[in-house]
Design a protein around this ligand. Structure first.
Ligand SMILES: Nc1ncnc2c1ncn2[C@@H]1O[C@H](COP(=O)(O)OP(=O)(O)OP(=O)(O)O)[C@@H](O)[C@H]1O
Ligand SMILES: [Mg+2]
Length: 252
C-alpha cells in the first residue's frame, strides 16, 4: 500500500526587533532538520531586504516578487542547495510587502502551498518589525518561532508583536528561542520575564523551545557565507541548533 504523504509543517521565524539572528537561525535550523531525512524549503519572507541568499552564497535569478508579478511557476524560482534543501529567494531593495494587496497575498499563499507539497518543512524567514508581511506570514504559518535576545529592547519588541498578533490576528500560541545567551541563568531569567508579563497582561502561555549561546563562530560563518552548522559543527551554537531541531515536534 502506498504510504500517505505527510502534510508539510510551515514555520515562521519572527522577532519584532531586527538583528537578533532570525536569518542565521533559519538557515542553520533548516540544515539541522534535513539531518533526519527531512526535505526542507526556506522561504525568504523578507520582501524588502532579503538575505538568506547572502548567508548561503546563492546567485538568485528570480525571487518571490518576480514570480508573483510574472505569474510563472514558483518552482522555477527555487534554488536547490542540496537535493533535500531548497530556497525560495526574497527580493531586495524594494519597499516591503505593503504594496501586496489581497489578491497578491492569496497568490503568494497559493504559491507557497503549492511548492510546499514537495517538502516536510517550510521555514519562512521574516523581516524585522511589524510590517504587513510579518503579520501576514504569522497568520499563514502553522507554527511561529520568536527569536529574541536578552536585550530589553528585544523583549519589548517581541512583546509588542505578540500583543498585536494575539489581539488583532487571533494567534494565541507562541514559541520562543533565545539567542545571544551568555549563560544558562541569563537565558532562564529573560524567558521567565517575558513569560510572566505575557501571562499577566495578555493571558497567554509561551513555550520556550531552547536557547542559542552567543558564539564567535556564528559571526565568522556569516562573513565566510557558510552555515555555521557546517563550518564549525562542534561549536556551542551548532550543538544548540541540533538540540532545537530534535525538539521541533514540541512546537505549540
Ligand atoms: N548566536 C550568535 N552568536 C553570535 N553572533 C550571532 C548569533 N546569532 C546571530 N549572530 C550575528 O548577528 C548578526 C545578525 O544576525 P541575522 O542577520 O541572522 O539577524 P536577523 O534577525 O535576521 O536580522 P534582520 O532583522 O536584519 O533580518 C549577524 O552578524 C550574525 O552573525
Ligand atoms: Mg534577517
Amino acid at each position: 500500500m502506498a504510504q500517505k504523504k505527510k502534510k508539510p509543517l510551515i514555520l515562521c521565524v519572527t522577532s519584532g526587533k531586527g538583528g537578533v539572528g532570525k536569518t542565521s537561525f533559519t538557515v542553520n535550523f533548516a540544515i539541522a532538520l534535513t539531518r533526519n531525512d527531512n526535505r526542507v524549503l526556506i522561504v525568504d519572507g523578507d520582501m524588502g531586504l532579503a538575505n538568506v541568499d547572502v548567508l548561503l552564497r546563492l546567485s538568485v535569478k528570480q525571487n518571490i516578487r518576480d514570480i508573483l508579478e510574472s505569474g510563472a511557476d514558483p518552482r522555477q524560482a527555487l534554488i536547490f542547495v542540496r537535493p533535500d534543501l531548497a530556497v525560495l529567494p526574497g527580493s531586495s531593495g524594494v519597499p516591503e510587502m505593503v504594496a501586496l494587496g489581497d489578491h497578491q497575498q492569496n497568490r503568494l499563499a497559493a504559491f507557497i502551498l503549492e511548492v510546499a507539497q514537495d517538502f516536510d518543512y517550510v521555514i519562512i524567514d521574516t523581516a524585522a518589525g511589524i510590517g504587513s508581511s510579518v503579520l501576514w506570514y504569522n497568520r499563514f504559518c502553522d507554527r511561529n518561532i520568536f527569536i529574541l535576545s536578552p536585550d530589553p529592547t528585544s523583549m519589548t519588541d517581541a512583546y509588542a508583536l505578540i500583543k498585536l498578533l494575539s489581539r488583532d490576528h487571533g494567534i494565541n500560541r507562541f514559541n520562543l528561542v533565545l539567542n545571544f545567551v551568555q549563560g544558562a541563568r541569563e537565558g532562564e531569567h529573560t524567558v521567565e520575564t517575558i513569560k510572566r508579563v505575557t501571562k499577566r497582561f495578555l493571558k497567554l502561555e509561551l513555550a520556550h523551545l531552547g536557547s542559542i549561546p552567543e558564539d564567535k563562530s556564528v559571526k565568522r560563518a556569516v562573513l565566510d557565507q557558510v552555515p555555521f552548522i557546517e563550518q564549525t559543527p562542534g561549536s556551542k551554537a551548532s550543538r544548540a541548533i541540533h538540540d532545537l531541531a530534535q525538539r521541533v515536534d514540541m512546537l505549540i
